[in-house]
Design a protein around this ligand. Structure first.
Ligand SMILES: NC(=O)c1ccc[n+]([C@@H]2O[C@H](COP(=O)([O-])OP(=O)(O)OC[C@H]3O[C@@H](n4cnc5c(N)ncnc54)[C@H](O)[C@@H]3O)[C@@H](O)[C@H]2O)c1
Length: 428
């Protein structure tokens, strides 16, 4: 079987490899020619995806990449994994999905299956995508071609979970579409979870992400309350999670990051308005989580004050630019907000991240492009008045950090087990 996967990013690339390993020929399609060239040559551009594993599939002839969307005529199924960001008014931007639909529609073969994997609001697959596919191909979904939605579940850099073991929720536009999608994913994934429609599958993905956003907001709020009471939230969570039922630990931090949790809930907020519904939990969680960088800065002010210093004129380092540990993905990272807030207050700011040696140009933070991570040594670290641990990368030696800098604001409890001086570490 030969399939196409459109969008070779954090979702599409590992999915391509999973299908290729399962003896499916995969044609990866992307508009980014540089990525396509690298991948065709067996070079992964994502740190936690092994180039050797990619090269093996390229050499076996099971993975090829291209920018030529007319090659969709070669395949029996197309899986779409393109970005679904928010626009500047924080509304869903499904233009990448629609553009992909327009690019593939003229080349779609009769009987082919199209599956959307990008996270989005209910109705995107059977209204928006279906409409561009039908008008571009002159065919009818459910009759001439098949259509389905299956959300991606990905925990980047988690070595304990294999893609094949993650159950895959699938919803079809018609019962036959569902059967086709179940057969497709059955090649690469052990457990398929069929649901009654594309909309249920879209809504299930949003529930998963809203659940995280709301629970992270809850512990972030409790962190602030307990801190005022002199109680350590980390110790509280350790104790609470010994309950063998009815509790799942979530951990506080400097704010939400990444391409999913800060964004996806607002896809539902927007769509819910069409039905005169308010998404109060989502809005409240958003308010609490987006207030976290300011809370961390306030703690940094307190920590410096205790040393008779002001933020203005201090040398402050943000440790960790990536939004979560052990990855190189810094999209939507709260570390950018920390850099901004501290710079606005007159600090000389820098960052250290072993996985982000230099900040790439981005639409959201163009002025930070080109800034380089400081090097990991006593000399460069001893110049800082304060270090804020924003990401708890495992590769960081926190004992050396404690030996080198006088004052640390720790948003991840990364120094819990490290011997430090009284007043040196401020949890935030
Ligand atoms: N990253 C995650 O952990 C994760 C997890 C679950 C779901 N998702 C969802 O999966 C989707 C993709 O996310 P991602 O993290 O892989 O994004 P990404 O930015 O890493 O990758 C998207 C890829 O699509 C390409 N692209 C953009 N427009 C295109 C077009 N018109 N045609 C072809 N290719 C195009 C880009 O060049 C890029 O390579 C999003 O909807 C996201 O919410 C992501």
């Amino acid at each position: 079987m030969k399939i196409a996967i459109v969008g070779l990013g954090y979702v599409g690339l590992p999915l391509s490899l999973q299908f290729a390993r399962s003896n499916t020929h995969v044609l990866g399609l992307d508009i980014d020619a540089a990525k396509v060239d690298a991948l065709k040559a067996g070079r992964s551009y994502i740190r936690h995806i092994d180039s050797a594993a990619l090269a093996e599939q390229v050499h076996a002839g099971r993975f090829d990449a291209s920018t030529d969307f007319s090659r969709v005529k070669e395949v029996e199924a197309v899986i779409i994994c393109v970005p679904t960001p928010l626009n500047k008014n924080r509304e869903p931007d499904i233009s990448y999905i629609l553009k992909t639909g327009r690019s593939i529609a003229p080349h779609l073969q009769k009987g082919a299956l199209v599956v959307l994997e990008s996270t989005t609001y209910p109705g995107t697959t059977d209204e928006d995508l279906r409409s561009v596919l039908e008008s571009g191909s002159g065919m009818k979904a459910g009759a001439d071609f098949h259509l389905a939605y299956s959300p991606e579940r990905e925990d980047p850099a988690n070595p304990d979970i294999k893609a094949a073991d993650i159950p895959k929720v699938v919803g079809g536009y018609t019962p036959v579409c569902l059967e086709r999608a179940k057969t497709l994913y059955g090649r690469a994934v052990k457990t398929i979870v069929p649901v009654s429609s594309c909309r249920v599958a879209e809504a299930a993905k949003l529930l998963e992400n809203i659940f995280r956003s709301v629970n992270i907001a809850l512990v972030n709020e409790l962190k602030v309350i307990y801190q005022a009471m002199g109680i350590d939230i980390w110790e509280v969570i350790q104790a609470a999670k010994t309950k063998p039922f009815g509790f799942m630990p979530f951990y506080p931090g400097p704010g939400l990051g990444g391409h999913c949790i800060p964004i996806d809930p607002f896809y539902l907020t927007w769509k819910a308005r069409e039905y005169s519904q308010n998404t109060r939990f989502i809005e409240l969680a958003g308010q609490i989580n987006t207030a976290m960088p300011q809370y961390v800065v306030n703690r940094a002010v307190e920590a410096l004050n205790a040393r008779r210093k002001s933020v203005n004129g201090s040398q402050i380092l943000i440790l960790g630019l990536a939004y979560k540990p052990n990855v190189d993905d810094e999209r939507e990272s709260p570390s950018y907000v920390l850099l901004e807030l501290l710079k606005e207050r007159g600090a000389d700011v820098a960052y250290y991240d072993p996985y982000v040696p230099v900040i790439r140009p981005t639409r959201e933070h163009p002025h930070w492009a080109g800034l380089r991570s400081v090097s990991w040594d006593r000399q460069s670290f001893s110049q800082f008045d304060l270090v804020i641990v924003a990401t708890n990368h495992q590769a960081v030696n926190y004992q050396e950090l404690a030996d080198w800098v006088p004052c640390i604001v720790d948003t991840r409890n990364a120094l819990e087990a490290i011997p430090t001086h009284p007043g040196q570490v401020w949890k935030a």
